[in-house]
Design a protein around this ligand. Structure first.
Ligand code: NAP
Length: 241
């Protein structure tokens, strides 16, 4: 079709650094055109530059996942740039403040909860719904939601974070809801846990690299047509809900 790139396009949110950047670089290395979703212009431009230097076909897309207008504009920008979208990785996420027991449930400020949910959950719904019409035109659309095993009610790992952990539990639940709605389509939706990874998010307090954390998202972004739907996975396989 005229005006539509032959190469597949992937949009990664929060792709200017950390695991999102590594996902963008990894998808670029296997032949995707990568739309680098990032809210800050300078950080976005710098990431696009670094991705291009690494050999990726990358372009920047202004995207603040907490804004409906920004999500809508980002969907338009991708359509204008490549005419297609094959993969969406909802990676952007925040922990919220963590010091001094501020995320103990008994003293939780609801504004902290709202802020974390707005990015980690509402942001995913916002961006997904903005780009879904474009994604649906792909032969093999894939959506990957970057979750965490801290959101696993079965595992309950990591420190007590009463905004962040439930945000990922809710994200997992929403992932399952999307998979149910899209069951009769070729859109595969799954959630990923990257493991405990050295990024700004964790103060780099882990030997696990961003590339290692990105691997499961890249795998889920490139699933075959008969791949899983509505699951939660890490490098080791299925993560219990
Ligand atoms: P990071 O280095 O802090 O990167 C987070 C990214 O999200 C940044 O690009 C940030 O952009 C972006 N972001 C935050 N709010 C945004 C918004 N409103 N709009 C657009 N972008 C926004 O964190 P990370 O470790 O790579 O984490 C990436 C994802 O993995 C998150 O969803 C996190 O919950 C999940 N995760 C991480 C770990 C880990 O060990 N690191 C473990 C489990 C799950 P700015 O630079 O503009 O702030």
């Amino acid at each position: 079709m005229e005006g539509v790139n032959e190469k597949k396009t992937a949009l990664v949110t929060g792709a200017n650094k950390g695991i999102g950047f590594a996902i963008a670089r990894g998808l670029g290395a296997i032949g995707f055109t990568v739309a680098v979703g990032a809210r800050d212009t300078a950080r976005r431009d710098e990431a696009v530059e670094r991705l291009r230097l690494a050999g990726a076909d990358a372009f920047g897309v202004a995207l603040d996942v907490t804004s409906d207008d920004s999500a809508a504009a980002a969907a338009k920008a991708v359509e204008q740039q490549t005419g297609r979208l094959d993969v969406l990785v909802n990676n952007a996420g925040i922990s919220g403040p963590m010091d001094g027991g501020v995320q103990n449930p008994s003293t939780l400020d609801l504004d902290v909860l709202r802020t974390v949910l707005d990015t980690n959950v509402f942001g995913v719904v916002r961006v997904t719904n903005a780009v879904l019409p474009l994604l649906r035109r792909s032969d093999a659309p894939r959506i990957v939601n970057m979750s965490s095993n801290m959101g696993s009610l079965a595992l309950q790992t990591g420190p007590q974070l009463a905004a962040y952990a439930p945000s990922k539990s809710l994200l997992n639940s929403i992932t399952a809801q999307y998979a149910r709605e899209l069951a009769g389509t070729n859109v595969l939706v799954n959630a990923a846990c990257p493991g405990y990874v050295a990024t700004d998010f964790t103060g780099f307090a882990s030997p696990r690299t961003a590339d290692e954390g990105a691997a499961i998202a890249i795998r889920l972004a490139t699933l075959p047509d008969d791949g899983p739907r509505g699951g939660f996975f890490d490098d080791g396989g299925v993560v219990p809900w």
